[in-house]
Design a protein around this ligand. Structure first.
Ligand code: GP9
Ligand code: MN
Length: 686
């Protein structure tokens, strides 16, 4: 009886097993383990990449286009025998994994995704200190390496289990190839049919890389980027007429509807005939100027210059992947960074209406100074293009004393010291000069703490103990954090600027000179560092809880709004002159610097995209990713949503108008750069 029951259970089990085997999906899975693993592993990796970079947890659209890509490229494996399919699937997995890792590391540093058009830029990384590169690679990026390893393990197990030998009998390669391609085509169809008009233009322009990866996944993004990057080599040959027309019409319209760059105001010619010293302050942020630790201001020197001169407190840098070089470019030309690649590396063989070029025509001697390798960011050639008579790079500075080295090179204090004697020389030989000083010490990774001086970012306080004695206590606060180290470096960089002003003054070099200072871009420090900073309880040394009334949120918008950098125009006499000693809070971008200075120093230009800030009540600052800000709104193009600032009532019509304007402006800027349209104007003048 017992035996009978066991036999019948056995029989039923075998029957079910056979039935299941007949069901094609299960059979498909069982006989396609390697291929399915290949698809899943690479799908998961792309998803992980979106998490570690943008924190984007789930996007069905990205999963579908990832799937389309993986299925399509993988389908070719079916043209080989099961045993050999690994020969196709493994190289593909390695390539896709490499794309994920490179992009994760790249994102860490540039908060954007990598582009093939930047390959020529990669060489400059070689100039960086090893420490910089290693700090760019974080543990979370390392996990992205799993696909080839897991695929190999699966392959070995299958081989051991004689899986390939068994499936050989069932496998009908060509049919599977066709079926997989059909499935991939279906995914492509779903992707395309769910695309909106703006998606097409974004794929075409590649301005908003984050959006593209979020929408299409990393593989499709990288494929599109590869096509675009090769295409850009050809488009500068074609499409010239279209670009030229677009630019011509844009400026014609501007001339008719917007006279803010030609109108005279209180600042017209105020500095005519004066020398200009521009300080490009590496990673200096406006927020730094509002901070104090242990009752000592973080940036006392910048604060003093700002309070004595013109301080533009709502000023944004507009950099793209070209960071420092982009801000040099936009400051000097009032154009936007390039949409693919960087102007300094990819579009240096052009003619630009840049401040040094213009001032040179007016008889100024123009020079730039920077104590890093001349080839970094391709400055050695690009500075000549911008119109600098001479670029004083690393080789013109004495770097021999190891004590004077911080981070990437010569310390700012020593740099300014040696620069002052160079400026003295220049001043003796030239009536007027325009000198740009590019600082270096405040560059990431901010780990030369012992060289930054004695400024501390901990929290010192006193307490009376039980016996009535006053005891000094310390809470670590920002000590030991990345943001804390950055603050110490900022304090050092500020001190260096203060010393420079004093040296210039004692050499008598400030009497006919205007000092212009800009922060080149924000410090790109992670949100979690700010969360810690804003929510540190100075009574207990603990972090406020999220539910605490005192808890400060750090979200996309307040992070973006906080990326302001200082912009200061100062002279020795400013503090006694009401007009030259004030704060301007109208929102302003790096591209407004050139037209504003042009009005003050009396020089002409034709192509500026920004405005003379003294003629504006409100303004629009367009960012390279298509986001923009006015006094009332911050617009996020990735999410197509906005944040109203200062509780202002937002007019939808205005939003649409600004969106259109921002896109047009980016297109115009890019057309000028790619098609070398400022050269055209120069030729016309001849
Ligand atoms: C390098 C320095 C830094 O010379 O200007 O460049 P960044 O990394 O900020 O673009
Ligand atoms: Mn920089």
């Amino acid at each position: 009886m017992k035996k009978k029951i066991i036999d019948s259970i056995k029989n039923t089990y075998l029957k079910i097993k056979n039935r299941l085997n007949e069901i094609s999906l299960l059979l498909y899975i069982k006989t396609n383990i390697l291929f399915i693993s290949f698809v899943l592993i690479n799908l998961i990796n792309s998803w992980l990449l979106r998490i570690v970079t943008m924190g984007n947890l789930f996007s069905i659209k990205a999963i579908i286009s990832d799937l389309a890509f993986i299925l399509f490229v993988g389908s070719f494996a079916y043209l080989l025998r099961p045993k050999s399919q690994i020969k196709v699937l493994m190289p593909l997995t390695i390539i896709m994994t490499a794309a994920c890792i490179v992009n994760a590391v790249y994102y860490e540093n540039y908060v954007s995704f990598a582009s093939f058009s930047l390959l020529s830029t990669a060489s400059f990384l070689g100039d960086m200190d090893g420490a910089v590169v290693t700090t760019l690679i974080h543990f979370k990026d390392v996990i992205l390496i799993f696909p080839p390893i897991v695929l190999l393990i699966i392959h070995i197990i299958l081989k051991k289990k004689k899986y390939y030998h068994n499936v050989k009998k069932i496998e009908r390669g060509k049919k599977r190839f066709i079926n997989t391609v059909i499935l991939a085509a279906l995914m492509i169809f779903i992707t395309i049919s769910s695309m909106e008009a703006s998606d097409y233009s974004r794929l075409k322009k590649q301005w908003n890389r984050e959006y593209l990866v979020q929408r299409f996944g990393i593989y499709v993004y990288q494929l599109n980027d590869a096509i675009k990057s090769t295409e850009s080599k050809f488009t500068s040959v074609f499409g010239y007429d279209k670009a030229s027309k677009l630019v011509r019409e844009f400026y014609d319209e501007k001339k008719q509807n917007d006279n803010s760059n030609s109108k005279e105001n209180d600042y017209t010619n105020v500095f005519e005939g004066k020398n200009i010293i521009v300080i490009h302050a590496e990673s200096m942020m406006t927020q730094d100027m509002t901070l104090s630790f242990n009752d000592k201001e973080l940036t006392p020197n910048l604060n003093k210059l700002a309070s004595e001169g013109l301080f533009f407190s709502n000023f944004y840098s507009q950099v793209s992947v070209g960071t420092s070089s982009d801000s040099e470019f936009t400051f000097n030309t009032s154009l936007m960074p390039a949409s693919t690649g960087t102007v300094f590396v990819n579009y240096w063989k052009r003619t630009y209406e840049a401040i040094p070029n213009i001032l040179k025509q007016k008889g100024y001697y123009t020079a730039s100074m920077h104590a890093n390798n001349a080839s970094f960011w391709n400055r050695n050639v690009m500075h000549e293009t911008l119109g600098y008579d001479k670029f004083y790079a690393k080789d013109t500075f004495d770097n021999s004393n190891e004590d004077n080295i911080i981070g990437l090179g010569l310390s700012d204090k020593e740099f300014f010291k040696q620069a002052t004697s160079k400026i003295k020389n220049i001043s003796e030989k030239n009536k007027n000069y325009y000198v740009t000083l590019i600082t270096l010490s405040n560059h990431t990774p901010w780990d030369d703490e012992d060289k930054y001086g004695s400024y501390t970012v901990d929290y010192k306080y006193t307490e009376t103990d039980e016996s009535g004695n006053v005891v000094e206590k310390t809470l670590p606060y920002m000590e030991g954090t990345e943001l804390g180290r950055y603050f110490k470096s900022v304090h050092y960089a500020d001190e260096a600027i203060g010393e420079f002003i004093d040296m210039m003054d004692s050499e008598g070099l400030l009497d006919n000179t205007v000092i212009v200072i800009y922060g080149d871009h924000d410090a790109k420090i992670a949100k979690k560092e700010y969360r810690y900073f804003y929510n540190y309880d100075l009574e207990t040394g603990e972090k406020y809880d999220k539910d605490d009334d005192r808890y400060t949120k750090v979200d996309y918008y307040n992070y973006e709004l906080n990326r302001k950098v200082p912009f200061i125009i100062w002279t020795k006499e400013s503090k006694d002159n009401k007009k030259l000693n004030r704060e301007i809070s109208t929102v302003m971008g790096m591209y407004d610097a050139m037209p504003t200075l042009a009005n003050m120093f009396n020089f002409n230009y034709k192509y500026a995209l920004g405005h003379d800030i003294f003629n504006l009540q409100d303004n629009i600052v367009v960012f390279p990713n298509g986001n923009w800000i006015t006094n009332n709104v911050y617009y996020n193009t990735q999410k197509e949503e906005y944040l109203s600032l200062k509780d202002s009532v937002v007019n939808e019509e205005e939003i649409e108008k600004n969106k259109e304007y921002a896109n047009k402006l980016l297109e115009v800027s890019d057309s000028i750069i790619v098609y070398d349209l400022e050269a055209e104007a120069k030729d016309e003048k001849k």
